[in-house]
Design a protein around this ligand. Structure first.
Ligand code: PTJ
Length: 254
């Protein structure tokens, strides 16, 4: 795979996956899908991924399973897609939406109609049948300005929303609207992780395939999904994430 300066990324490089994610984001930036702030946000995510050991914590597998349960029993679920998500894993987003029958909505922090349209094309090119994108007709309650824009047929009326790499303000607004809010955010201290109903602290391109796998298990099993959701405590789960990071550092410092 070629990088910006046309040098190849060596598949045997120990950080190959990480380098590939960076490449996808830089390519997305050049195509006008990712904003420059998205590159900074990715760097912040990478830093937190180091703290986790660049692996999915056992406790995050639990929140991913619960997320699959919640999405599988939702009446109206929506997957929110921003520039980074479209650049990193558009195919997985489409696959997940097919399995859980979710609407895909392009929802941007830095709103721009032209970029929303480009992201929609990326998703359609990856097999999406329908994508809500341009001309949002509603606003999230309490979030003014362009950041609140959303679609009445999508996020606004959804009972469950999957929000990868989301801003804290909007997460809080979605929670206040009474929705089941499922975040994917490597930062366990972010306002998003603190405000979500199910906080997945994991890297996006690891988390979505895991949710896909778990979603398949819940097909035709709504009672099992409801039971799983009922027994879940997000505060305890987040505490377990902090505990896992602390335990890792204790071990490293021995
Ligand atoms: O395309 P837009 O306009 O919607 O903008 C997208 C960004 C990501 C720039 C925007 O939503 C933003 O500014 O987000 P924040 O507030 O920086 O939050 C992004 C969060 O995602 C941070 O807590 C990062 O640690 C985390 N993050 C970044 N990359 C990943 C990640 N979490 C999981 N997987 C990643 N690959």
């Amino acid at each position: 795979m070629e990088t910006e300066d046309n040098s190849a990324i060596d598949v045997t490089h120990p950080r190959y996956e990480s380098l590939m994610r960076r490449k996808r984001l830089v390519d997305g930036y050049k195509q006008g899908i990712v904003v420059s702030e998205g590159l900074i946000a990715h760097g912040r995510g990478e830093m937190f991924d180091y703290l986790l050991g660049e692996t999915t914590l056992p406790v995050s597998l639990i929140s991913e399973r619960v997320a699959a349960a919640a999405l599988s029993i939702a009446n109206r679920s929506v997957i929110s897609v921003n520039g980074n998500v479209a650049a990193l894993c558009p195919e997985d987003v489409v696959n997940l939406s097919d399995i859980i029958h979710a609407t895909i909505e392009v929802n941007l922090f830095h709103w721009n109609e032209e970029r929303a349209s480009k992201i929609k094309q990326v998703l359609l090119g990856n097999g999406a049948k329908e994508v809500l994108s341009e001309n949002p007709d509603k606003s999230l309650e309490g979030v003014h300005h362009d950041r609140g824009k959303c679609h009445s047929e999508g996020i606004f009326s959804a009972d469950a929303v999957l929000i990868p790499l989301e801003d804290g303000d909007r997460t809080e607004a979605l929670s206040k609207m009474g929705k089941v809010v499922i975040s994917i955010d490597l930062n366990p201290l972010s306002r998003t992780s603190l405000a979500a109903s199910i906080s997945i602290v994991d890297e996006l391109t690891r988390a979505i395939p895991n949710i896909i796998g778990f979603s398949k298990e819940f097909v035709g099993k709504p009672d099992e999904a409801k039971e799983m959701l009922k027994s879940y405590d997000n505060v305890l789960n987040l505490r377990a994430v902090y505990g896992s990071i602390a335990a890792r550092f204790e071990k490293l410092s021995e």
